[in-house]
Ligand binder design. Structure first.
Ligand SMILES: *Cc1c(COP(=O)(O)O)cnc(C)c1O
Length: 352
């Protein structure tokens, strides 16, 4: 009898190298924040072509610190899209600032530039720009607004926008190294910047102890060397993992092309690294997810719930539409060719 196991929606890409690296940290007994964290920060900064980075405990912590480092404070406004996880909203409200939520461009799932313009007031201090699923939001017209941009690269690293790395455009850039993200350290995050003063401020905010003064906004947001050792391995393997994602995406793009589903759109001025492979379907989404799971493929809504729906706000037609049509299928680098065959066959059955 053939037993088929469920193909998970996402899975970390961890192996012997990571086991050896973490063991080495344990043997060294230096498990707190040490030289490996500093090395990971420099490697990430080099990867993005930025001056420096400050590793922290999560992507949400990174957003919080980025807002503080840009001087956002109580009563200020921060513009962000509705179609994103809860982290930008939480980080903003955590410091008493006011989230101004706007709709998205449904073709790229990025924040809508015209909507951003309409949301700007005299109190606007920052725009949080998530790059969803592996493709950049439209950065150039946002830069022209002359308001500090925080690039949220939790889902997009290694992609290009106008020939330059995504993550190298903002006043600050944040990453997440959560278990299911592109680089995995279990939990973890980083804020990066090209501005020396911003990097200095971030260092001050992350550590509370053994300082000349008491800084009321500082906290303990540190990453450990155990995590940084993982991060360094993951970054080393990142080109391979991106190549594997590209190979799988290429198969999906060609072998699902004849189905009546919307495939990912890649604007000419950008590249896509396929953190997620998101189809737009016309079938009821929850039923499709359930049926596909019954057939052994775990699919997901790629965003759990848009912010405006949590908050009971109206007037977000694109976020609503995408919420009810977007289906994320497995595309992690641990998928075997046989897994990909099976996923394609089952999607063809489901949607023909
Ligand atoms: C995951 C994620 C975050 C938050 O990162 P955590 O490490 O889970 O706190 C923020 N923004 C986006 C777009 C994400 O996908």
């Amino acid at each position: 009898m053939v037993t088929t196991t469920l193909i998970p929606h996402s899975r970390p890409y961890l192996g012997q190298r990571e086991i050896a690296a973490v063991s080495e940290v344990i043997e060294s007994q230096e498990v707190g924040q040490g030289f490996r964290v500093a090395r990971f920060e420099q490697s990430m900064a080099d990867y993005l072509g930025l001056l420096g980075g400050v590793a922290v405990s999560s992507g949400t912590a990174a957003l919080h610190m980025a807002l503080l480092a840009l001087g956002v404070s109580e009563g200020n406004e921060v513009v962000m899209p509705s179609y994103v996880c809860a982290a930008p909203w939480i980080a903003t409200t955590h410091i008493g600032a006011v989230p101004k939520i706007v709709d998205i461009d449904p073709s790229t799932f990025g924040i809508d530039v015209e909507q951003v313009k309409a949301a700007i007031t005299g109190k606007t201090r920052a725009i949080i720009v998530p790059h969803l699923f592996g493709c950049s939001a439209d950065l150039a017209p946002l830069q022209a607004l002359k308001i500090p941009i925080i690039e949220d690269c939790a889902q997009t690293l290694g992609a290009m926008y106008h020939g330059q790395p995504v993550g190298s455009y903002g006043h600050a850039t944040i990453c997440s190294f959560y278990a299911t993200k592109l680089l995995c350290t279990g939990e973890g995050g980083m804020v990066l910047s090209n501005n020396a003063r911003t990097v200095e401020t971030l260092h001050m905010l992350r550590e509370y102890d053994e300082k000349q003064f008491l800084y009321p906004k500082s906290f303990n947001y540190k990453m450990t060397d155990l995590q940084a050792a993982l991060g360094l391995c993951q970054l080393e393997r990142f080109p391979d993992s991106l190549m594997r994602r590209a190979t799988i995406a290429h198969r999906y793009l060609s072998e699902l092309a004849h189905l009546p589903v919307g495939l990912p759109f890649i604007p000419q001025d950008r590249t896509h690294i396929f953190y997620r492979f998101v189809l737009k379907i016309s079938h009821p989404i929850d039923e499709s997810i359930q049926r596909l799971e019954g057939k052994g493929i775990q699919c997901r809504r790629p965003v759990y719930q848009p912010l405006h729906r949590y908050l009971g706000l109206r007037g977000f037609p694109h976020s609503d539409h995408v919420f009810s049509t977007a289906l994320s299928i497995p595309i992690h680098p641990s998928l075997t060719d046989e897994d990909v065959d099976r996923i394609i066959t089952i999607l063809q059955e489901e949607f023909t």
